[in-house]
Design a protein around this ligand. Sequence first.
Ligand SMILES: Cc1cc2nc3c(=O)[nH]c(=O)nc-3n(C[C@H](O)[C@H](O)[C@H](O)COP(=O)(O)OP(=O)(O)OC[C@H]3O[C@@H](n4cnc5c(N)ncnc54)[C@H](O)[C@@H]3O)c2cc1C
Length: 414
Amino acid sequence: MKTVLISGAGIAGPTLAFWLRAAGYEPTLVERTPALRTGGYVIDFWGLGYDIAERMGLITEINRIGYHVQEMRIVDSAGRRLAGFGTRVFTELTGGRYVTLQRSDLSRLLFERVKGCIESIFGDEIVALHGEPDCVWVDLKHAGERRFDLVIGADGLHSTVRKLVLGSQQRFERHLGYIVAAFEVRGYRPRDEDAYLIYGRPGRMVGRFTLRGDRTLFLLVFAAGHAALPVTLDAQKAMLRDVYGHDVWECPRILAELDRTDEFYLDRVSQIRMSNWSRGRIALVGDAAFCVSLLAGQGSALAMISAYVLAGELGAAEGRYQQAFARYEALLRSYIGAKQRGAERFAGAFAPKTRAGMWFRNLVIKAFAVPGLARLAVGRDIADALQLPCYGWPSLDQVTATELFIPIHGDRMA
Ligand SMILES: Cc1cc2nc3c(=O)[nH]c(=O)nc-3n(C[C@H](O)[C@H](O)[C@H](O)COP(=O)(O)OP(=O)(O)OC[C@H]3O[C@@H](n4cnc5c(N)ncnc54)[C@H](O)[C@@H]3O)c2cc1C
């Protein structure tokens, strides 16, 4: 009971690979894209995810490349401040252990902790899985048939492993009524260092975040029914032009920037809700198992927590994978369920669908200026109602001595 194929090298995948090695397993990562994704949106990072990153030796680098945002500012059509709040409350509530960074940077740092020490296959993916009593036979699109002791799906919201083993996406996806798009450009003006700007109209918002290296990130979230997502880049851009085409503030320029962009992220804001996260020798972690959505603001941390707990339980169970999978779920299910319910409740406040809703949201945000109120309002959501279990990690010393890593297989492209 040693070899584990992990599908997906986002956040959960590399974290799981790291901790499985620490538990004495031999993980292999397979990632569909030819290389790790760059750019994309920024994430807020704190709590147990931050603790796990620290245990992986990544915190100095995360704080170096991350952003310490000072203000969240809602602006009107002329760019004047309507409401907002200083984000010092997050820093205070977390004892300074709070940082904003690009999801792709976190993914890269996590991957670098295992790069060269495990087999990593880029540009390939699982197309079929066949579980047997003593192994799983995996068919990879390019690399062909392989045998593993266990297979873990860390392949995100649209997980293929989930579809192949547990059922279609529709069975488990709960659409929260919004679509999200994010893209990055160079040379955009104005720049507001250390502030996150939001412009909203009923049912839609645009966020502007100033990045280093003369880059700017835009995040667009808008209410949408259950219609299928447009597939082509042109159709996706046309959808955004339809939604934001009559808006003011910087929207005309942002749409012009969008026209020049080849790479952007667009997806439904959805959760994944399943009654179990494994079948036989195959299990799911991160968004593949329980996506909480961007509205929870903590999906990356939860992806890391689930990977850590799954690896710890597999290590502790000494081969009894059924026991490990059951304990993994038992430890996390109610904690994750609470995060999902919280995100669902927050959905209405994120991009209120009426003018009255927007007015009320801004009023609440203004009230954050009252001493102590912001602390009270965000305190409960920011605290982690979970204690990380203590695991033995028999091979941790070997795994954390990164510089001494000797590649055992080397990365290879499919
Ligand atoms: C706009 C936005 C804002 C967010 N803000 C925050 C935030 O502030 N804080 C926070 O903590 N989280 C945030 N999140 C959530 C966070 O990004 C996700 O929860 C997190 O990335 C989940 O990690 P994961 O590894 O499970 O999945 P992913 O990061 O999605 O990684 C999945 C990986 O699997 C690969 N893959 C997909 N299909 C296959 C396949 N068939 N075979 C092989 N590989 C495959 C993908 O290419 C990808 O590399 C936000 C999300 C969004 C969309």
